[in-house]
Design a protein around this ligand. Structure first.
Ligand code: PLP
Length: 398
């Protein structure tokens, strides 16, 4: 940790989970060691990605996969793969898609800042459905027929953001898309744990699925996974790898990149700017192995105990604490602290600002501030930080 102080920046207590703006997950020592080891040797990256593909395929029950520089990059790569397929000429043109099938259908209610990642590759988003519930103007969610009705000459794919509450049902959507031969790309960035989601989300039949590697898998912040159909993964990796070699010498692993299926040897592709380092690949694989083997599960009861301690400490403060359990038995609980703003004479936003401003700075989950609630996510709080976190909360909430 002292490296940050050496540089002149003070580390914060992150009680909001593995969010990107605070640098993602804290990597376990084993993952850090894998990163360090990987940094001290050299391997051909296409061979390393081919090896990663086998590991990812096994973990996700898919045909193939690659390590990317995040789930957002995986979405861009997935989009580029669906747009260009194995056509080297199209790969060279991206992100310019004039004259190509370039429309991706997305539910209006699933649009977010992350859809930049899809648009970046040259896709044009076509919205379907409405956002009636948020608009307080109706009860219905987006339905499969609405996607089907939007399929047109230029439809290249469907992008779908997965969550347990997403609608329509993803398997039904995929079934419809199959009939029209339209690939489905799923954003499942933050949908782990439960570990089973690594397999059940791809098992929906989706052509490509993106997971984040720097969230609960606890790999480096800028890692992710793209997995799914082999030909699309091949297209993705071709647009990602450094391609500066002689065609006479270029011999990627054939089970990963079948040169005979290509229209030519692509040059550096559109996603060359999202290149993945060997250290990222190796350490993400280590983190994936730990995540899938259940190495993080013993932490869950420890987290629960820590949160209960905070709740106990705050029992005489003008707040109401609730431990919120997730619907699966693998996700850590969180602690919601509902504030009595009148008695505190401060708003939840003021308290949050004060916590960020103090020393050490404390960043709590801010998703429920409009409901006067601070959320404590335990997963990025280090063992040695709990006492200080508890004290800062206790000092601030009086
Ligand atoms: C976090 C997240 C992403 C981005 O993932 P990165 O690994 O940070 O690139 C994309 N979509 C959703 C829904 C997310 O939660």
């Amino acid at each position: 940790m002292s490296i940050y102080r050496e540089l002149g920046i003070e580390p914060v207590i992150n009680a909001s989970g593995s969010v990107t703006r605070l640098g993602g997950a804290v990597m376990p020592p084993e993952v850090v060691q894998a990163y360090v080891d990987a940094a001290q040797a050299t391997v051909p990256l296409e061979q390393l990605q081919a090896l990663a593909s086998k590991r990812i395929a096994e973990a996700t029950g898919t045909d193939a996969g690659i390590v990317t520089t995040g789930a957002a990059a995986a979405l861009t790569l997935g989009t580029a793969a669906i747009l260009a397929r194995l056509d080297a000429g199209k790969m060279e043109r991206l992100p310019h898609t004039d004259g190509m099938k370039n429309e991706f259908i997305i539910a209006r209610e699933q649009r977010s800042g992350y859809d930049h990642a899809v648009r970046a590759a040259g896709a044009r988003l076509v919205e379907v459905g409405f956002n009636e519930i948020v608009a307080n103007a109706g009860v219905r969610r987006t339905e499969v027929w609405e996607y089907e009705a939007a399929i047109a000459e230029k439809t290249a794919g469907i992008v779908y953001v997965y969550s347990p509450t997403s609608r329509p049902n993803v398997a039904e959507l995929v079934r419809m898309a199959r009939v029209h031969d339209i690939p489905v790309l799923i954003d499942a960035a933050g949908e782990l744990p439960p570990r089973s989601n690594l397999k059940t989300i791809p098992a929906s039949g989706a052509d490509l699925v993106a997971f984040s590697g720097g969230k609960t898998i606890r790999g480096p912040q800028s890692t992710g996974i793209l997995c799914g159909r082999k030909d699309l993964i091949t297209s993705a990796v071709l647009q990602l790898l450094d391609m500066d070699d002689h065609p006479e010498l270029w011999s990627p692993p054939t089970e990963f990149i079948d040169v005979d299926t290509l229209t030519g040897m692509p040059r550096h592709g559109f996603c060359r700017s999202m290149k993945v380092a060997k250290e990222q690949i190796v350490s993400l694989l280590k983190a994936l192995e730990m995540f899938t083997s259940g190495a993080y599960l013993p932490l869950v009861p420890q987290y629960r105990e820590r949160l209960q301690m905070i709740a106990k400490t705050l029992s005489n403060h003008p707040v109401t604490c609730t431990i919120v359990e997730k619907n699966d038995d693998e996700s850590p609980p969180s602690l919601e602290i509902r504030l009595d703003e009148e008695r505190l004479k401060q708003s939840a936003f003021d308290i949050c600002r004060g916590l960020r401003g103090g020393s050490p700075a404390v960043y709590v989950g801010h998703g429920k501030l409009p409901q006067k609630t601070l959320v404590i996510n335990p997963t990025c709080v280090r063992d040695d930080q709990w006492a200080t976190l508890t004290k800062r909360l206790s000092d601030s909430l009086i």
